[in-house]
Design a protein around this ligand. Structure first.
Ligand SMILES: [Mg+2]
Length: 300
């Protein structure tokens, strides 16, 4: 069924208890708010007693680091309301009781290492492998740690062949080693100027050399939906998922049984939404989240 344009913001707000917002392309683009109405929109929803949750597939930062980004942008958000795919990787390993004497090899940035260490896991790789190079000289043999029991792969601006080879050796040679992806995002708005290759490109490299499918912990996997619903004791039918990407945010909301609202302020254009090639249809769409303020204007 084709998505309907958001006309009655009041009815939407009244029909749900919790809003889960994606961040890139919804709340901000790079280091700027999507529009000046964002703080007022969040304030309005809070004043109506709505629970707000922020969920990003971007794993470069930890929850704590995202907390300071929200504050820098002038938004009052509690760190407990923020969930990132870096946190999801740690929460997933905890949920399966990943042994604390095993290690995790990280292809990704600081956020993943921070969250894993905060959860008490031993990590290798991450930013410390950023400058490593491999010289394929005759007879060169690369050692790897046999205690690595999981390889976590996320978006990584310092991706290199050393990391690919290290992760590949762990997955192929350590019995039972897990392959975990924080997300498989195609592209995202890193700096607000153009689209940049997302975490899916790093995950694809490891998939290519191991022929293994990863466990995805970020959107559209329902792992974080189940986690958030359980943590706050909410029913997913009482949630509205708000995002700018069809194959991550909207699919995540639909997989979880939520209402879905697509905003056109990020990577998805109106043409892409209406295209015959698109099979993912949100319940509603609108230009930007501050359109939810229409309710306020209408009642004045
Ligand atoms: Mg987004």
């Amino acid at each position: 069924m084709a998505a309907a344009k958001l006309e009655d913001a009041d009815a939407l707000i009244d029909s749900v208890e919790t809003f889960i917002f994606d961040c890139d392309g919804v709340i901000w683009k790079g280091d700027k708010l999507i529009d000046d109405g964002v703080p007022e929109t969040l304030d309005l929803l809070r004043s109506k007693g709505k629970r707000l949750v922020f969920l990003t597939n971007n794993s470069t930062r930890s929850r704590k680091q995202y907390g300071s980004k929200f504050r820098t942008l002038g938004l009052t958000v509690d760190e407990e309301e923020i969930f990132s795919s870096s946190f999801a990787a740690a929460a997933y390993l905890q949920s399966i009781h990943f042994p604390k004497d095993k290690k995790v090899y990280v292809i990704g940035e600081e956020g993943i290492i921070n969250e894993l260490e905060l959860a008490g896991f031993q990590c290798l790789g991450g930013p410390s492998d950023a400058d490593k190079k491999i010289e394929l000289t005759p007879g060169f043999y690369m050692e790897h740690d046999k205690d690595v029991g999981a390889v976590v792969v996320g978006f990584d601006r310092y991706f290199n062949y050393y990391k690919v080879q290290y992760g590949t050796l762990c997955i192929r040679e350590n019995p039972g080693c897990l392959f975990i992806a924080t997300s498989r995002d195609t592209v995202f708005q890193l700096n607000g100027v153009q689209e940049w290759a997302g975490g899916g490109s790093m995950v694809g490299a490891i998939l290519g050399s191991t022929k293994q499918e990863p466990v995805v912990v970020g959107k559209p996997s329902t792992f974080m939906m189940d986690y958030i619903a359980k943590k706050f004791g909410i029913t997913t039918s009482q949630i509205c998922m708000v995002g700018d990407m069809l194959d991550t945010d909207i699919l995540f909301g639909q997989n979880g049984g939520c209402k879905t609202l697509l905003v056109l302020s990020g990577v998805t254009s109106h043409e892409m939404l209406q295209s015959h090639n698109n099979s993912i249809h949100p319940d509603l769409y609108t230009n930007q989240i501050s359109d939810l303020l229409a309710v306020k204007a209408a009642t004045v």
